[in-house]
Every structure is written in C-alpha cells, then in structure tokens.
Design a protein around this ligand. Structure first.
Ligand code: GLN
Length: 380
C-alpha cells in the first residue's frame, strides 16, 4: 500500500466515539450535539424528501444555498461576497480544508499549523504531500511566541492553518494576534486557511474577528467553515469555502473531482437555516454560554484543573495529577470503561508527545452533562 498511510493514523477523535458506543459511555469525545437542529430545518428536510431535489446539484452548490450563505456571511465578515465567484459548497469543512490545502500547496510545500490543533490538519497536509511545521500555542493562555512564528514563515511556508475559535483549546485569537499573523502572511506572501466552524460560539467578552477583512488579507485568506455546529447538523456534512475568485476557481476544480458535490436534498433543507434571523444566533450563544457555565462549574466542584475556553465547545482538562497510567489514551480507555464517560486523549491534538490533557466537549443537553459530571466526580 502507499507510503502516505505510514504518516498518519485513523482519527483518534472518531475512534473514541466507537469505543464510547461499545461501552455505552456518555460521549463527550467527538464534538457533536445530542439535540436536534431547529424545527424549520427538519420540516424543510421532510419537504425535500417529498419534493426533491434528489439528483445532483450544481457542483459548486445550489444557487439558493450560495445566495443565502453569501448574504449571511457578507454581513458578518464585512466583505463583498459574490455567490457565483467567491463561494464553494463542500461536504463539511473537512472537505473544504482538504480542497484549500490541495489548491495552494505543491508537493514539499510547508504548512504552518498551531499546536494543539484539530487532528485533520496534519492529514490534510500529508495527503497533499505538503510538510507541516508546528508552532506551539503555549498554555495557560495558548499564546504563540512571535519569534517562533516568524521563523516558521522564514522557512518558506506556503500557508498557515488558523482554527479560530480554536479546537481543542478554545482560544479566540485577539486583534493584535491576527494583525501579527496577517503582517507575516503579507511579508512572506503566504495564504491563511481558516477553520471558523465555531464562529458563532464565542463567549463574552471575547469576539470573533474574521481574518478575511483585515487589511490586504482578502486575496490571501481562504475561509473554511461549516453548518454542522451552527445548526446542530453535523451528520448533514455541509461546509463551504469563501475566498477570492482565483482561489475559489482552484478549489472548485479539486472539489469537482473529490466529491462532485454536497448532498442535494440536504443543501435544499439547510437553506432554512441560512435564512434564520439574528435572534437564532443570539439564542445559540446563550444556550452554549449556559452549557459552558454548567460544565465548567461542575469541573470546579470536582476540583479538576482545566483551561477556560473563550470560544468553541471544548475544554482541555489537565490530568497530570490524577493519571495512574503511562499515557492519556490508557486513561481515556479506563475513563470509558470504569467511569462511563468518553473524552479525547489530548495527545491527538499535540505535535510532541504530550500526555497531560484530555478534551471534553459540552455540546450536550443539560441532563447529559449533569450525568457526566456526576460520574466524573469519582475522579477526586
Ligand atoms: N470537530 C469535532 C471534534 O473535534 C468532530 C468533527 C469530526 O469528527 N468530523 O470532535
């Protein structure tokens, strides 16, 4: 078999879900909600089952989906978005990120990835025959060292992958940090590929800023995102790229041959989400603010050490004082079997062997979170 298979493993995040299911543990590993999307989306899905479309959509995404998405994102991102020129609908942000990396990288090109990182990015780079350069985000604040980032660009990086808000550490990049990143991108003529799937999950007083509207960044920012988290439809696999026409034209070519297109009836139904008004997003952040409060207070009561997330719906817990095993993976297996709660071993997100952390997500209904906390109280 091909050598590239030697350079990455299956996803540990998704492996944890399989193990959690096997033991019927409460699954706080792979991040997805245990509640339904808004009713208007479910109704629209039923309608799509009756009325179609059931055949291929236009490869770039349905015209209505792109129109509604461009309208919504234009307001948020404060840039002009032409639905025909600047938008590509993909099978989740997973495909969006893969398309973006393949569109800008030649074999052996270097791609900067902040560590900890969402595990797909390493595989995205490797599958594109590019070479990742990891730059640490340093706990407890998860700031990067400016000099270290500059040195990574000096190695001739073609692109940097920016997950903001960050999975797994919950960091929301500040204006000063984004200014610095964009200055380096311009100085070294590099692309920034953003993963902004948690753009609507940023906790006050933190604020989500889109790199695409920083000065001179529109032509080098490839904004990847998804409907999965925003509308609680992770299984619908709907994502997108917003970028300059030249970049989107390239991404369209890759997408055309990778997947042909996202599922037509689901694109149709998801338009009901894209058409929702401002109050939906306010309600969403309120819901997640409450879940975050519930879960973090529970961790406080148990006495576990964690890093407070500024955005997204994950929390890294430090297990160094309570882990009797050699690795975080063994700890997580034990946690599933003996405690009945699934987490992701932190080493899945760090470049260098790092067994201090496990990651929980709190995108679950209150009773699920309370039951998980009750079980976790055995840890202390
Ligand atoms: N983003 C989610 C997580 O980190 C899972 C996404 C996936 O498995 N495709 O858990």
């Amino acid at each position: 078999l091909a050598n590239r298979l030697d350079h990455f493993s299956d996803s540990v995040i998704r492996r944890m879900t399989r193990i959690a299911n096997q033991y019927q543990a409460i699954n706080l590993s792979q991040g997805f909600p245990d509640f339904d999307p808004p009713k208007s989306l479910i109704d629209a899905l039923k309608q799509a089952a009756d009325d179609g479309p059931h055949q291929y959509e236009i490869t770039w995404g349905s015209a209505e989906f792109r129109r509604l998405l461009a309208k919504k994102q234009q307001k948020l991102m404060n840039i002009d978005i032409n639905p025909d020129e600047n938008v590509l609908v993909t099978c989740g942000s997973t495909e969006a990120m893969m398309c973006a990396v393949m569109t800008v990288c030649n074999p052996k090109d270097k791609v900067i990835i902040f560590s900890p990182f969402y595990e797909n990015y390493g595989a995205d780079a490797i599958l594109s025959d590019a070479t990742p350069i990891y730059v640490p985000l340093i706990p407890p604040t998860f700031e990067f060292d400016k000099q270290q980032l500059r040195q990574a660009f000096e190695q001739g990086a073609k692109a940097l992958i920016l997950c903001n808000p960050s999975n797994p550490c919950g960091k929301v990049f500040t204006k000063a940090e984004l200014d610095y990143i964009s200055q380096l991108a311009i100085e070294f003529d590099a692309f920034i590929i953003t993963d902004e799937v948690y753009e609507h999950m940023v906790y006050a007083p933190h604020q989500h800023l889109y790199l695409a509207n920083f000065p001179n960044m529109k032509e080098r920012t490839i904004c990847c995102s998804s409907l999965s988290k925003t509308y609680s439809i992770t299984g619908w696999r709907l994502g997108y790229i917003i970028a300059d026409k030249k970049i989107i034209d390239g991404c369209k070519m890759i997408h055309d041959f990778l997947t042909v297109g996202a599922a037509a009836p689901l694109q149709k139904a998801a338009c009901a989400g894209l058409a929702l008004g401002e109050d939906y997003y306010q309600q969403l952040i309120q819901t997640y603010t409450d879940k975050r409060h519930l879960f973090l207070s529970g961790l406080d009561d148990i006495g576990l050490t964690y890093y407070e997330p500024q955005g997204a719906y994950y929390v890294l817990v430090d297990i160094s004082e309570i882990n009797p095993f050699n690795t975080d993976f063994e700890f997580c297996e034990w946690l599933i079997r003996e405690v009945g709660v699934a987490a992701v071993p932190g080493s899945a997100f760090f470049k260098h062997p790092e067994y201090r952390y496990i990651r929980f997500h709190f995108a679950k209904q209150e009773p699920t979170l309370i039951a998980a906390l009750e079980r976790l109280s055995k840890l202390k």
